[in-house]
Design a protein around this ligand. Structure first.
Ligand code: PHE
Length: 454
């Protein structure tokens, strides 16, 4: 292999954890988990979420890890290698495609966070609730501005990616993730000091089992898959850079714990503030771009310096969370192109970055500028989101489980999971059982439910 085609590895254990956790911790932790938790019985939901992560999230993550680490190549080829010429290889291609589609809309929203960093720096985020709504709607439907921000974000991602695995992704994660944790803790502190903050904490953490229904389990499972970045090719691709000594089981647990912990802290950061000023918290882009700036204004308006710092810290945190997730998505396509077309990493990354800008621009314009860019009545932006979350993720997870549980030789699985017999893993048979029967059944059920068929 020529120098430029040589595969890198993560250099340290900490690098593995921070980079992979960086991919998993994203906007989903901030804009969805707290809201879904509040709506579904607080701590009762968190308990169910833990179970989903433990019973489904960790095993499926482990499947992706072992496929990637075994094959030491990009996601499509990794599945192909184990598939031995059978159609199972298409599951890998689907992972690559999912990542490429997600980056289209995720890159656009990530770009929005950068605009809000600038708006915080220049002190533009002031006004009435209507002002915030108008500001966001004007900005997000502007045909040019969001595309510029998205291009900047892709440029930052590109910069990290071309520096390779250890000098690029790992180094960037080692700087950005500690900063993200620090900002999160500071913001949780600020939020908890507000008068009436305990109402928000109670709303989030007080278990209310009367709100738990069948739907709660589905919400928890869907959210855990999205949050852990399952079935997007990211975990498999990153695992292909793990060393032979990396303990896959331990890593899967650590990533899941970090991701869940961040989600709960995000809840503690987000909930007390709206409650203390009597605003109803919501979810999605409107939570972070409309509701929260308004809440910051009302909660901290009498202390302009605090409002300035809180707002800036919050949007920097969001940008970091978004950037590290974009990096993990970009890497899926970059490693794929570089290895399949046998071109250097830099060339492949350039190609992927251009593609991200084109697809992102298309998604962004579908919200404003090109109103005709719709399919089934949905702007492309929403369509990409809907299609990946409701179709690609469940199907990818489902087939990955079946592939590992029913097709791949158990010796390979055992070798990978126990690091060739050097570490003990007492639950091997339980893992295989869960992956063979439990996970596919549950995932299938959710999939059909999301489509409204059950
Ligand atoms: N896990 C990310 C989140 O919680 C989602 C994500 C990761 C999406 C990587 C795309 C790529 O936001």
């Amino acid at each position: 292999m020529s120098k430029s085609l040589e595969r890198g590895n993560f250099g340290t254990k900490l690098g593995v954890i921070l980079a992979t956790a960086g991919g998993a911790v994203g906007l989903g932790n901030v804009w969805r988990f707290p809201y879904v938790t509040g709506q579904n019985g607080g701590a009762a939901f968190i308990l169910i979420y833990f179970l989903c992560v433990l019973i489904m999230g960790v095993p499926v993550m482990l499947c992706e890890f072992l496929i990637g680490r075994h094959a030491q190549t990009n996601t499509a080829r990794a599945y192909s290698k184990l598939a031995n010429g059978t159609p199972w290889k298409w599951v890998g291609y689907m992972g690559v495609l999912t990542a490429a589609l997600i980056i289209g809309y995720y890159g656009v929203v990530s770009g929005w966070t950068l605009q809000y960093v600038l708006a915080s720096v220049t002190g533009q985020l002031h006004g009435t609730p209507d002002d915030f709504r108008a500001y966001f709607s004007e900005f997000s439907t502007n045909p040019i501005k969001p595309i510029i921000w998205m291009t900047l974000l892709v440029g930052m991602t590109h910069y990290v990616i071309v520096h390779g695995i250890e000098d690029g992704i790992e180094k960037a994660s080692k700087i950005m993730m500690p900063l993200l944790f620090l900002l999160l803790l500071v913001l949780v502190g600020c939020s908890l000091m507000l008068p009436g903050a305990m109402d928000g904490v109670e709303f989030l953490l007080k278990p209310d089992f009367s709100k738990v229904t069948g739907k709660t389990f589905l919400e928890a499972l869907g959210q855990s898959f999205f949050s852990l970045s399952i079935a997007m090719g990211c975990l498999c691709t990153y695992a292909s850079y793990f060393k032979r000594e990396t303990n896959l089981v331990g890593t899967a647990f650590q990533i899941s714990i970090i991701d869940t912990f961040v989600a709960i802290l995000a809840g503690l950061m987000i909930f007390p503030a709206p409650m203390s000023v009597g605003v109803q918290p919501d979810s999605g882009p409107s939570l972070i771009f409309i509701t929260l700036p308004n809440v910051f204004e009302q909660a901290f308006g009498s202390m302009p310096v605090v409002q300035y710092v809180v707002s800036l810290a919050f949007y920097i945190l969001l940008s970091i969370a978004a950037l590290t997730s974009n990096i993990s998505l970009h890497e899926v396509s970059t490693s794929f192109l570089s290895e399949e077309l046998r071109i250097g990493r830099r060339k492949a990354a350039t190609f992927v970055s251009l593609m991200c800008v084109i697809v992102g621009a298309f998604c962004s314009l579908s919200l404003g500028g090109w109103e005709w860019a719709k399919l089934f009545g949905m702007p492309f932006f929403d369509l990409f989101d809907w299609f990946t979350a409701n179709i690609c993720l469940p199907l990818g997870g489902f087939f990955t489980c079946l592939f590992i549980g029913w097709f791949v030789e158990h010796k390979i699985i055992h070798d990978e999971i126990t690091n060739w017999g050097t570490s003990n893993y007492h639950f091997f048979h339980l893992f295989v059982f869960v992956v063979k029967y439990i996970c596919p059944l549950f995932i299938l059920f959710i999939f059909l439910h999301q489509l409204g068929w059950v």
